[in-house]
Write a protein that binds this ligand. Structure first.
Ligand code: CA
Length: 760
């Protein structure tokens, strides 16, 4: 390539970190320093210098996308009129707290600099809960554009604008056309994608513009964006299937305009959350957002009277006009109202919006006095219950897809609702055009099917030779003996070839160990523990003992787990601290003679809102003679940044469960801080009961049609406001006494068929 030969001859073409720093020291305005294609390992680059407005100094890749910063590499930009272009950070993690920083140190910042077409992809510390930021902007007048930030798996905001000194305030940064790629659920606070400011400097003007960026499945936590400073503008961004909201957490005078939120009915997808004074929300469009509470499609919070700087400032002078919400489930006013958050919104207006949802009537929830909000001329679908007598007009609309594929009112002459900007952010017009945005995640059972002959370690060997997504098929009724642990470091399925189960024996403490990037699906297998070592702490499946920065899935279908009783504390599934499952699903399976637990998800004991699994699904199972708990699901602490855990426990039989004297939980099912609990159609016989400690947020509990025979019952404790729905029991021995709730709690004491449950 002509440009290559030119750059190779260029005296500013560098191949080493030393040569780079040498050239940086000599650089004059207008110079370009070119990094040679290839892998730069453990490269800590400091780009320090001063260009001019007309002649910047540029550092760029020889070819965009062919310079890889790996291992423990990072980049600091410091000075003025500097441009960085075309670098890729992957396969490693920063040796410092930031991957790319717009400063050398706290006194030497970057101003009028630009970071463009750079990529940070999966550049994660192995320690899940060590806090790191990928991109930190300091100084003033910097531009961050067309970058691609994907796969931040660990604690810490993906991108931060800092205001921690005068030199970084009123900064007028521009953040535009970036692609914020998928960020998985962290299962903890600290999973924000973009934060501007901190509570400490939140009453300071930032004046950052965030424009035309694409946020793609940014699911880290419930704040996709955490605005924590004054006078920022969020304009024409697209939020695609993000499990979170654009949150005006602190600071006043924010403008949120022309943004598009596409939920596609994905659970927990949110829109816009208003806190503080003088916030303007105008001309935004949202569709298919399903989040509730603080994650609603539109939320106005209650404040704390005379709030400290890090709590919730009262909403005043909010202007919410000409927004459109189609098929969104929840609009929440005075959200978070409680004894502390008692300051209701003042002097605010919600006018000329469309709230259209023909399926859900109770879209609006007001948790407190909404008289400080003037509702005017909002169009709602005829089925929706209006919040106030005036201010809402019921009208049936015809909806049709516009040229961008968004469902909008067909009537172009409507005076209410949003006008969608002619150009919205897309995957194509954001990020670096040369870097793929295709999904990298391999789906379980998407690979080839491999027949595995019965024998000694044939399963281990087949697993080691497998590729991501492969399916190992074991012969029905044949026996597979394993003297080694099977590491599961990519999505792997193991199943029986026919209707009858294949039998799997193992001689190590653990049969399957799910490691980073691993996921496991098991179907039609009998796991017999009789050959396992006579040692305590065996398990059929375990996670890595060490921190996992990737989330995993575990699906068990139609399997038997027997003779897990060689020694005490033999678990079916064992997880370790600093691991997180998106889903653990066990269905149509039998567990018999287990001295430990079936699954104990209780390893995050720091009580700071971290937990071990988001969705736990147990359906159509039989648990017989299980010494400890079938399930222990623990989410401690008072942090409100996350959604889960969610539990579905249905159609299962518990026979002699939990009676082992080593069962510290003293229950068959122990739930703590679980946010959504469904316990339906289960039979408990000669077993311990179900303990629920309801804390954090407003847990939703549905307990329906369970039979407790000669067993302990349901025991609910907790100090949080919560709703128990559809409580019903078949068993006359059940006296309902367990349901005495605290004063703050509410209870619908009707069953699904309207029967009076006679409980308080
Ligand atoms: Ca947060």
């Amino acid at each position: 390539m002509a440009c290559n030969s030119k750059t190779s001859e260029n005296s500013n073409y560098v191949k080493t970190v030393e040569a780079f720093h040498q050239k940086v020291a000599e650089a004059e305005p207008g110079d370009e320093i070119v990094l040679a294609n290839g892998v730069w390992k453990n490269a800590e680059l400091l780009f320090q210098g001063n260009g001019t407005a007309e002649k910047a100094i540029t550092v760029r890749a020889e070819e965009s996308g062919k310079v890889f910063l790996q291992g423990n590499s990072n980049l600091r930009i410091s000075g003025s009129y500097l441009v960085v272009k075309g670098l890729v950070f992957n396969n490693g993690f920063t040796p410092t707290a930031e991957v790319i920083s717009f400063r050398k140190d706290s006194k030497t910042l970057a101003n009028n600099c630009r970071l463009t077409e750079c990529v940070i992809d999966g550049y994660n510390n192995p320690e899940r809960h060590d806090t790191e930021t990928w991109l930190a902007v300091y100084g003033k007048n910097n531009r961050v554009d067309h970058n691609h930030l994907e796969g931040k798996n660990t604690k810490g905001v993906t991108m931060i604008v800092r205001l921690n000194s005068v030199e970084s305030q009123e900064n007028n940064h521009r953040i535009d056309h970036n692609y914020f790629g998928p960020r998985p659920n962290l299962g903890s606070n600290g999973g924000e994608t973009l934060r501007i400011g901190t509570s400490h400097y939140s009453l300071t003007d930032s004046k950052t513009i965030v424009e035309a960026n694409f946020f793609d499945r940014c699911d880290g936590e419930h704040e996709t964006i955490s605005n924590k400073s004054c006078k920022n503008i969020y304009k024409n961004n697209v939020f695609y299937e993000c499990r979170g909201t654009l949150t005006m957490r602190h600071g006043n005078g924010t403008l949120v305009e022309g943004n598009v939120f596409i939920g596609n009915d994905k659970p927990c997808t949110g829109g816009i959350r208003v806190i503080n004074g003088q916030q303007t929300v105008v001309n935004n469009y949202a569709i298919g957002l399903k989040g509730n509470r603080f994650r609603g499609a539109f939320v106005i919070m209650n404040g704390v009277p005379n709030s400290t700087i890090n709590r919730y400032h009262q909403v005043k002078d909010a202007k919410v006009t000409n927004n459109t919400f189609i098929n969104c489930d929840n609009v929440q006013l005075c959200a978070g109202s409680d004894a502390e958050r008692s300051a209701v919104p003042l002097n605010s207006v919600v006018a000329d919006n469309i709230f259209y949802n023909e399926v859900k009537n109770d879209v609006f929830t007001a948790y407190d006095d909404i008289s400080g909000i003037a509702f005017k001329n909002n169009l709602i679908s005829p089925n929706i219950t209006a919040l106030t007598k005036d201010g809402f007009v019921k009208e049936k609309l015809t909806l049709s897809l516009n040229d961008k594929g968004l469902l909008v009112p067909t009537d172009k002459n409507l005076k209410v609702g949003a006008t969608i900007p002619t150009e919205i952010a897309t995957k194509e017009n954001t990020g670096a055009s040369w870097y793929s945005k295709a999904d990298k995640k391999v789906v379980l059972s998407s690979g080839k099917t491999i027949q595995v002959k019965a024998g000694l370690n044939t399963l281990v060997e087949a697993a080691l030779a497998s590729q991501p997504g492969d399916v190992l098929e074991l012969s029905s009724e044949e026996v597979y003996r394993n003297t080694k642990t099977i590491p599961v470091s990519h999505p792997l399925t193991v199943k029986a070839s026919g209707i009858k189960k294949a039998i799997v024996l193992f001689e190590k403490k653990v049969l399957f160990e799910i490691q980073n990037h691993g996921a496991l699906q098991l179907e039609g297998l009998t796991f017999d523990g009789k050959k396992s070592p006579d040692d305590n702490g065996n398990s059929v499946i375990s996670t890595s003992k060490y921190s996992m920065n990737t989330n995993y899935n575990l699906f068990i279908e139609n399997c038997d787990f027997i003779n897990l009783d060689i020694n005490y504390a033999f678990d079916a599934i064992r997880v370790y601290k600093n691991t997180f499952a998106d889903t653990i699903s066990i269905q149509n399976s039998n567990f018999k003679d287990v001295t430990g637990s079936v699954v104990a998800l209780d390893k995050e004991t720091d009580d700071i809102g971290i937990y071990n699994a988001e969705y736990v699904i147990l359906k159509n199972n039989s648990f017989k003679d299980v010494g400890c708990t079938v399930l222990n699901l623990y989410r401690g602490g008072t942090d409100e940044s996350t959604y889960g855990p969610f539990l579905e426990l249905e159609n299962s039989v518990f026979d002699n469960v939990g009676n082992n004297k080593r069962n510290k939980a003293k229950s068959a099912i122990s739930l703590y801080g679980v946010q959504k609990i469904d316990v339906k159609n289960n039979i408990f016989k000669d077993s311990k009961g179900v303990d629920m400690h309801l804390v954090v947020g407003e847990p939703v509990v549905e307990v329906l049609n369970n039979n407790f025979y000669n067993s302990e019952k349901l025991n609910i404790t907790g100090d949080q406001k919560y709703t128990v729905q559809n409580v019903w029991t078949l068993n006359p021995m059940f006296d309902g006494e367990s349901f005495k709730l605290s004063e703050k709690s509410s209870l619908k004491n009707k069953g699904t068929n309207g029967q009076d449950l006679g409980i308080q």
